[in-house]
Design a protein around this ligand. Structure first.
Ligand SMILES: Nc1nc2c(c(=O)[nH]1)N=C([C@H](O)[C@H](O)COP(=O)(O)OP(=O)(O)OP(=O)(O)O)CN2
Length: 178
């Protein structure tokens, strides 16, 4: 069955602090592309609309999340002291701070976004399954998944990634992301 793939561009910044000697311990940014591949759960009714669901219905909520929340977010480790800077001095910017358990690598983001996309598919009642999610971090580095392991599903990235809203951290309450 034909699958569909949507790609969206976003800008981000992050820093990786687990390896203090890494060049990535200094905040830096990338212009990234996230692609999702969706497979219909049932046969397409050929001879009629010739699609299972319109592109617009499939991608509007997902791209809204990418544009409103992922684009220009600063991705941080939950233990990064920079998080306290934003909490104490610029709390109005917390909506642009994405937080994960451990370093905000592209691998971590792929897992977090997989879970977010699955939450959106369920909330929208889309008759599709997520077959692949890829993030092109740089023109020469791409990380992708074609499913999650039980450990990746249980990884306590935090509640935000399992909700179909625009949340990217759990510092702010769920109702603030509407
Ligand atoms: N496994 C991971 N390793 C690294 C990640 C990551 O997300 N997962 N991220 C980084 C940094 O973000 C870094 O900025 C990327 O650096 P680099 O590989 O040097 O990127 P380039 O596109 O410049 O690579 P070239 O080899 O020059 O093409 C580091 N590691």
């Amino acid at each position: 069955m034909p699958a569909v793939r949507f790609t969206r561009r976003f800008s981000m910044a992050h820093r990786l602090i687990a390896d203090a000697a890494s060049k990535c311990a200094v905040p830096h940014g990338h212009n990234e592309f996230v692609s999702v591949t969706l497979e219909p759960l049932a046969e397409i009714d050929f001879g009629g609309a010739n699609y299972a669901t319109s592109f617009e219905r499939l991608k509007t909520r997902w791209h809204g999340f990418v544009d409103r929340s992922l684009d220009h977010a600063f991705q941080l480790n939950a233990t990064d002291p920079l998080l306290n800077y934003f909490k104490d001095h610029e709390p109005q910017r917390l909506k642009q701070v994405l937080v994960v358990d451990g370093d905000p690598t592209t691998e971590a983001l792929v897992i977090a976004l997989w879970r977010k996309m699955e939450a959106i598919i369920a909330a929208e009642d889309l008759p599709f399954r997520l077959a692949e999610l890829a993030i092109e971090e740089t023109p020469t580095n791409t990380v992708l998944a074609r499913g999650l392991t039980d450990a990746e599903r249980a990884w306590p990235l935090a509640g935000w990634c399992d909700r179909a809203d625009n949340s990217i951290n759990d510092i702010l309450p769920p109702e603030s992301w509407a």
